[in-house]
Design a protein. Structure first.
Length: 257
């Protein structure tokens, strides 16, 4: 056995195809403050600590310029806090509807457990959000052995590696060389590499791809190839060791070659 444990992300990796719960919350929060961000602007910081996500969006050139024109001044940390708190409330209102496991997750996790692997999880969600999502996902067939949110590591979420190390402690995993990180965002890739783990990006249903299942399936073969290559390139540029089409692909990496 090459690996003893796998640390999965949540939204966009194991549940919530396309990672739409946080996207919707951020869109509505910014619109409340008079700014309509593009989906690309919302998704670029995905996976980060939520308040860092807001701060990163406000720092983007286009959004910063709109803010200055709208309010006649640069944004402040007080503004960051207000948008963040609103986005948190909006996620809490809708997150229970976005806990359905992605295709192949339930059977792949079962196969991993049969091989003796432990299943951990890191997330950009808070404890309060996870207390809604975890039981909702469990009711639909997916459960990790443990999970860690930024709340448990003094809010040092991705790209810091501390949530991974906390998972390893809880699961009693001894060596980073025998643990794998699997995620669907740039922040996931950076988190995994900062922890010294083999890190894998999942394409289908990812935040990087940013499509619903219906939108993805409606693409032509050529269009699918193009968007998947673009997603893979993003992962590799962020430091990913490997990229898989869907979660089943990680089964190829759990045994010695």
């Amino acid at each position: 056995m090459k690996f003893d444990g796998i640390i999965f992300d949540w939204a966009g990796t194991t549940v919530d195809y396309g990672s739409f719960a946080p996207v919707q919350a951020f869109l509505e929060a910014f619109e409340t403050f008079g700014i309509t961000p593009t989906l690309e602007e919302v998704r670029k910081p995905m996976g980060m600590l939520k308040i860092d996500h807001v701060r990163t969006m406000l720092s983007m050139d286009r959004i910063r310029e709109i803010w200055q024109k709208t309010y006649g001044k640069n944004w402040t940390e007080e503004d960051v806090q207000k948008i963040y708190e609103l986005s948190e409330r909006k996620i809490l209102e809708i997150v229970h509807r976005f806990a359905e496991p992605k295709p192949y997750v339930i059977e792949t996790v079962a196969a991993l457990r049969e091989l003796g692997l432990k299943i951990g999880s890191t997330t950009g969600y808070t404890d309060e959000m996870m207390q809604i999502v975890v039981p909702a996902a469990k009711a639909q067939g997916y459960e990790a052995d443990c999970w860690v949110s930024p709340d448990a590591v003094e809010h040092c979420g991705r790209p810091y590696p501390y949530m991974i190390f906390k998972n390893m402690q809880m699961l009693k995993l001894q060596s980073v060389s025998r643990v794998m990180k699997v995620g669907d965002t740039v922040a996931d890739m950076k988190e995994g590499k900062n922890a010294g783990l083999v890190t894998i990006g999942v394409i289908e249903g990812s935040s990087v791809l940013g499509l619903t299942k219906a939108e993805y399936e409606a693409l032509s073969v050529e269009e699918k190839a193009a968007v998947c290559k673009k997603a893979a390139d993003i992962y590799y540029e962020a430091g990913a060791d490997y990229v898989v089409q869907d979660i089943r692909g990680i089964l190829d990496f759990v045994k010695e070659a």
